[in-house]
Design a protein around this ligand. Structure first.
Ligand code: SF4
Length: 366
């Protein structure tokens, strides 16, 4: 497919017309899943769903790192903020995420030392200037992990003894595999994440086509990128020819980012991880290598994993992250749960499906 044909708004109409034509040919109602919170937000913001309505359901998968973080991990972060002589540093998205014992914002209001930083390198800088222990809450997918590894490299170079991280990294392909393997929702094709694929390479999700005969397309984040990705998925379905395709070649190369992957491998090894809604998935997270355990806040401060249930009562985030429900199916959506007073992380995060629906699709959906 000639991608350049679709660059610029004058071509959007061509693409939309092509999509309508393809929709007339699809055999039945289809379910396509996006696995990236940025896609989720862009889909809601652009109104793409309305073009596909009636023929294609766009489901949001486990594509928001804040949303998939389990309650007990959030509780651990909050317990860390209560320890004297520790400064907890985090990306801003984590501040309002409720655990079973409140949020980091509340911990800060109650006297905890919690600082928002824009990069883990800022946390290293803070540690360098501080007498206190500085812990960075390392939450994120393959795109975030390299910069955290870079922070560890810098901390190592500076021989910092008061810097550590709480590791909550997640790896996206095992979660997608878990959805395909175990879920009751039949997904007809996957819109694969552009950012993650820029690290993994364009074949990072090729197992979907190779092992499960599912169409898979890596897409960028402009509305035309996403519509083009959907368009290509529809073509694969109509042709009965599932394969891995990449529409985001201006960013995603076949080999991905080898330097970033090597840096991550220097510090981390795959480990099992708990995902909100999906449970514990083998090899779907990371842990620090033995020789770098000095950077592990869990060990350094001898933290115990609390027995918090993974999903809070009344919140359907877990089912939404598996594509089983839409945000508007949750009884709390827009009433007890809003971005101002969120009940679950999917309403807090700037990449959360509930927040996307609340901000951009509430009027037409409720
Ligand atoms: S609307 Fe709120 S309570 Fe319902 S699933 Fe979303 S975050 Fe959870």
């Amino acid at each position: 497919m000639d991608l350049e044909k679709y660059r610029g708004s004058e071509y959007a109409k061509i693409l939309i017309d092509e999509t309508y034509s393809l929709l007339d040919q699809v055999p039945s109602q289809l379910r396509l899943m996006e696995v990236c919170g940025t896609h989720t937000m862009a889909i809601s913001r652009s109104g793409l769903r309305s073009i596909l309505d009636g023929k294609v359901d766009l489901l949001s998968g486990p594509g928001c790192p804040v949303c998939v973080t389990a309650d007990r991990d959030i509780d651990l972060m909050i317990s860390l903020a209560k320890i004297p002589n520790i400064t907890v540093t985090t990306f801003g998205d984590m501040m309002k995420v409720p655990g079973s014992q409140g949020s980091l914002s509340q911990a800060k209001a109650n006297g905890g030392d919690v600082e928002v930083v824009y990069s883990p390198l800022d946390a290293v800088k803070l540690a360098r200037q501080s007498d206190k222990e500085v812990v960075f809450l390392a939450v994120g997918f393959e795109t975030t992990t390299p910069v955290i590894a870079l922070a560890l490299l810098e901390a190592e170079r500076l021989s910092l003894k008061n810097f550590s991280i709480m590791v909550n990294h997640k790896l996206t392909p095992p979660a997608v595999r878990a959805i395909v393997d175990t879920d009751t929702v039949k997904v007809d094709g996957f819109l694969c994440p552009g950012h993650v694929s820029s690290i993994l390479g364009s074949d990072g999700f090729a197992f979907l086509a190779d092992e499960y005969s599912l169409p898979a397309v890596v897409a960028g984040f402009e509305p035309v990128d996403i519509l083009l990705g959907v368009n290509m998925l529809l073509k694969q379905i109509i042709e009965g020819s599932p394969r891995m395709e990449n529409t985001y070649r201006r960013v995603v190369r076949k080999e991905g980012n080898k330097v970033a992957r090597e840096l991550v491998t220097k510090y981390f090894v795959p480990a099992s991880a708990e995902w909100r809604g999906l449970g514990t998935i083998p090899e779907s997270g990371l842990s620090l290598r033995e020789q770098y355990r000095g950077f592990d806040a869990m060990e350094k401060f001898e933290l115990e994993v609390p027995s918090t249930p993974t999903v809070r009562q009344g919140c359907s985030c877990g089912a939404i992250l598996r594509g089983l429900l839409k945000p508007t199916d949750c009884g709390l959506f827009g009433s007890e749960c809003t971005p101002e007073v969120p009940v679950g992380p999917c309403m807090v995060s700037s990449e959360g499906a509930c927040a996307a629906y609340y901000h951009f699709e509430r009027r037409v959906r409720v």
